[in-house]
Ligand binder design. Structure first.
Ligand code: SF4
Length: 953
């Protein structure tokens, strides 16, 4: 408005809709334009950086880029201020004061790398597992995981354990793919989208543009979310569900579909294991396993031939209900029958779940009827010929145009894995996985279920692990445990406590290192993980653990190395700082081996190229890691003479390194002639080809292969040809999970590997081969009458984790947060807008300021995440609102369960259960803004910590 007013007053003859020709909108604003990839959130849009006289003038979205097609969000534009942030680290630092005080001296890189090499060299010679190497929201896991494998430590992971591993694992163990950023709604054809709890930092611009397409076409968009922010704010219908009850809601939808026979039975027997026979032999070692023939093929009952036959046979009429006798006399029933029995139970009727979910029975029934109507009465048929994996040709592609998308909102609960599996079950019943109009896989997905790569456990002669530390467990034999079944990993991932922890458990590392449980470590090496602040549950106690000393006065975690580009809160708690560059000063690789940027119609990867040389004594972390590896003489990082194998650093590694013959970090322009894709010998010109193409590569899927990818002959061949999968066997979608049943059987006393006594009942209960809902653990462990409200953090769409608070432009949007609560909830407590109130959990209490917000379900309070900052961090002034009244809810979130038995996490995947938090609120009697404090009363192994503060260091 102001801009228009200016035009009108300056040029009264012109209207606001007719810009002055003299404005010369086409004139370049800079003298140079460089393409690269945005890193202001995890979406990884293509950008063009306009430079004038060596400084950035402007960042523009790259219209040719497959991710954003020119769209740029406010964060992306504000990358300028990230690059020039006063919080940038300037040189390597060595701690000279006490941990936490933030007193450092600048040192040379030689000295810094010498110190790191000394610590790490000793560990590698003695026990590589004494290095815990954990990274945060970096996009370099294809390098960091490989480096950890070469070092030989099992103690490696990135941040997925506290992000959305339930979503990833729930999907990969069910449909061989997942939502997150690995799949997408069919934006072109979907007529109905149900979205559960999605923040605006993954796949951000594609979702925004996709929602625009849906709304333009008049498709219905329903948001299931306790809070009406972000995407939910533009939904056609907002369903304010109570946190942690999504599984009940989805279970009730499934109940309604089953009750009304709104099921795509054809789809279920063609593409899923609905008809596979499950052995019914209570007490036996094979109870609940699939019946198989002598060649290991799952069996089904053919209704036409009236006998048991391989489930994958063509031309059969598989039974999906009934009881059948196998040739050896064992009883068996189809998996679908077990599923139907579960969800037709009274437990999942809309009437049974309505109160807990906070959603009326009418709404649940209506939504079930709406999605069924769209799926079956409004089915679409694309006139595209395709051939399935059995060789059967189809004239068209039948579509069920109901799509779903979900992420952390349903994942960050201790019941999240089964909730995610339940959501995939709902999709399968509708025939709505990778059909036109439904959810679509993005290459390299789908993968076999579970994916083939198992976690590394044993060391080779050269000290390297036999596989990367993270992977997918197929059964108890793959767990990373010792002979007594005790965890071998510091975070207890892949142990009987958290068997399918595919992304590790970064959130447990500091507690376990501090407690020496299961063993003490020597060095904690963190990259871009703000573990002393917003990346820690239980922030107050975590800061104590990082500074706690043993009886000899030595720190309980002896050495901490940290790499970051900025003075985040974690910097003060490290002994040695290796300063990273900004994202505009380095090469990066957005690899298909890591977190790809593919879309449903094509595979893609991309790079970052340095737009500027650093003007400080900082180095790209990837270069530093390769340098350290060479200094440590790690296998794969040095040549036969012991010299660095990649002296040119990460750009050289990106091009030359081969993970398997012909497979490297980048899939485009491989081969000497740059004419190979996916698989091909290294091409020295590869980076130039990427840069010439705007820093990305995109390869389209043939039209006949774009749907039914799990069983589409052309897709499976295309995917194998690019090295994404090892065989063209179809991926059979798993309604019933035999993998989970293997663990249950072990807990019931079968097999060589069985859980320790303390974990038996837990494994037996939660490793249910069919999804189910159970009450979140924190709720069961507390008096729910005392703590009646759920408390959530939401990701601000204008900031990415903690990074935004150093950014001058983004700080103009917000410098502080509030606790938002429904007006009716506020009235119950006598609270009015901007009152101060106390928020108390079973773990701690915090004083915050209230803002009333009708867009939240009344039993939930919420705040923006990571706006609150610790004084002394991010180069903010001492009176910055981020210190006070800004606050961090993490202070009242516990990283362990109320009874201290296990980490506060999902019992299958180890996903941090941030969103299980229950609190009570009351009006603060008095409030002294200048002395905002958090009093914590922590029930834990360290007894109590009193009077920690968030506002002061
Ligand atoms: S969505 Fe994320 S990656 Fe894309 S422009 Fe915005 S901040 Fe950058």
């Amino acid at each position: 408005m102001r801009y228009h007013a200016y035009l009108l007053s300056s040029h009264p003859s012109r209207t606001p809709s007719m810009p002055h020709a003299d404005l010369k909108l086409d004139t370049p604003v800079g003298d140079t334009i460089k393409t690269t990839t945005c890193y202001m959130c995890a979406c990884r849009c293509g950008i063009k950086v306009h430079i004038k006289d060596g400084r950035i003038r402007y960042i523009e979205g790259n219209r040719a880029h497959p991710v954003n097609k020119g769209v740029l969000c406010a964060k992306g534009s504000a990358g300028i201020m990230q690059h020039y942030s006063p919080a940038r680290l300037r040189a390597p630092l060595k701690r000279i004061g006490k941990r936490g005080d933030g007193e450092f001296v600048e040192i040379s890189w030689d000295e810094a790398l010498g110190i790191a090499t000394g610590w790490l060299g000793n560990i590698r010679k003695t026990d590589p597992d004494k290095l815990a190497f954990f990274t945060g929201r970096d996009q370099s896991q294809a390098l960091t995981g490989w480096w950890a494998q070469a070092f030989g430590t099992v103690n490696y992971a990135a941040h997925g354990g506290f992000c959305s591993v339930n979503m990833a694992a729930g999907g990969l163990y069910s449909i061989g793919g997942s939502f997150w950023e690995f799949g997408e709604p069919d934006w072109e054809h979907s007529k109905y989208l149900l979205m559960f709890g999605v923040a605006e930092d993954h796949d951000s611009n594609p979702i925004k543009t996709g929602l625009g397409k849906l709304k333009t076409r008049g498709a219905k968009f329903v948001a299931i979310n306790p809070v009406k922010t972000g995407y939910a704010a533009i939904a056609d219908e907002w369903v304010g569900i109570r946190p942690g009850t999504d599984g009940l809601f989805v279970g009730a939808l499934i109940h309604e579909l089953l009750r009304n026979d709104w099921i795509d039975f054809d789809y279920l027997v063609r593409y899923a294991n609905a008809h596979w026979l499950v052995i019914m032999a209570p007490g036996a070692a094979d109870d609940g396993m699939f019946a198989r023939d002598g060649e290991g093929r799952p069996l089904c009952f053919d209704r036409a031939a009236k006998h048991v036959t391989p489930a994958s046979a063509s031309g059969i009429e598989p039974a999906i209900v009934g009881e059948f006798i196998l040739a050896d006399g064992r009883r068996a029933v189809p998996a679908f029958q077990l599923l139907a029995t579960r969800f037709l139970d009274a437990e999942y009727t809309p009437a049974a779940v309505t109160e807990r979910c906070g959603i009326s029975t009418d709404t649940i029934k209506r939504i079930a009827a709406e999605i069924a109507d769209v799926a079956f009465n409004q089915a679409i048929r694309l006139p595209v010929r395709w051939t399935d994996s059995s060789g059967i040709e189809h004239e068209e592609m039948l579509g069920r145009p109901v799509s779903f998308h979900a992420m952390r909102g349903i994942a960050a609960h201790s019941n999240g894995f089964h909730t995610c599996r339940m959501l995939h079950t709902l999709q399968l019943l509708l025939g709505a996985v990778d059909t036109p109009g439904s959810f679509r896989y993005q290459p390299p997905f789908p993968k076999p279920i579970p994916p083939a790569n198992r976690p590394g456990r044993n060391r080779r002669e050269n000290g390297a692990l036999d596989a990367a530390p993270l992977g997918f467990v197929h059964g108890p034999e793959d767990l990373v445990v010792d002979a007594n079944g005790k965890p071998r990993r510091l975070d207890k991932a892949f142990s009987w406590e958290f068997p399918l922890a595919a992304h590790g458990m970064l959130q447990s590392v500091i507690r376990n290192a501090w407690a020496g449980d299961p063993y003490p470590i020597d060095t904690l090496f963190l990259f871009m993980a703000n573990m002393s602040w917003n990346s820690a549950m239980n922030t107050t106690e975590t800061m104590h653990m990082l500074t706690d000393r043993d009886a000899n006065g030595e720190y309980k975690i002896p050495h901490i190395i940290y790499s970051d580009a900025y003075t985040s809160e974690m910097v003060a708690y490290a002994d040695l700082i290796l300063p990273d560059t900004t994202y505009l000063e380095r090469h990066d690789c957005i690899s298909l081996l890591d977190r790809p940027i593919s879309d449903a119609d094509g595979a893609a990867d991309s790079i970052r190229q340095p737009v500027f040389a650093p003007d400080r004594d900082v180095r790209p972390f990837q270069d530093v890691l390769l340098d350290l590896g060479a200094r440590l003489q790690l296998p794969g990082l040095v040549d036969d003479f012991g010299d660095a194998k990649y002296p040119g650093g990460f750009p050289e590694y990106m091009v030359k390194h081969e993970r398997a013959p012909g497979i490297g970090l980048l899939a485009g322009w491989r081969g000497i002639a740059a004419d190979k894709r996916g698989i091909g010998e290294p091409n020295p010109e590869q980076l130039k080809r990427y840069i010439d193409n705007g820093c990305f590569w995109h390869h389209e899927i043939p039209e006949s292969a774009r749907y039914y990818k799990m069983a589409n002959r052309d897709y499976l061949a295309w995917s194998k040809g690019l090295g994404f999968i090892g065989s063209t066997d179809p991926v059979v979608l798993q309604l019933y999970s035999e993998t989970l049943q293997k663990f249950r059987l072990a807990a019931l006393g079968h097999g060589k590997q069985q859980p320790p006594e303390k974990d038996r009942a837990r494994v037996a209960r939660y490793f249910d081969p069919l999804p189910f809902w159970y009450e979140p653990f924190e709720w069961s462990g507390i008096d729910q009458n005392k703590f009646p409200l759920s408390a959530l953090t939401q990701r601000p769409m204008f900031m990415y984790h903690s990074w935004g608070s150093q950014n001058a432009w983004l700080r103009q949007i917000a410098t502080r947060n509030w606790l938002h609560l429904h007006p009716s909830t506020a009235a119950l407590h006598g609270i009015v807008d901007e009152d101060w109130l106390i928020v108390e959990s079973h773990h701690g209490r915090i004083e915050v300021q209230a803002k009333l917000h009708a867009g939240v379900e009344p039993n939930t309070v919420w705040t923006w995440n990571a706006i609150g900052k610790r004084r002394g961090a991010w180069k903010l002034s001492d009176d910055a609102p981020e210190h006070a009244p800004g606050f961090l809810l993490n202070h009242v979130i516990s990283d362990v369960l109320p009874d201290l038995t296990y980490a506060n996490a999902d019992p299958i995947t180890g996903q941090a259960a941030w969103f299980d938090l229950r609190v009570r609120i009351e009006k603060a009697p008095t409030h002294d803004n200048a002395a905002q404090t958090i009093k914590t009363s922590i029930k834990s192994s360290m007894n109590s910590i009193e009077n920690s503060t968030s506002a002061t260091p």
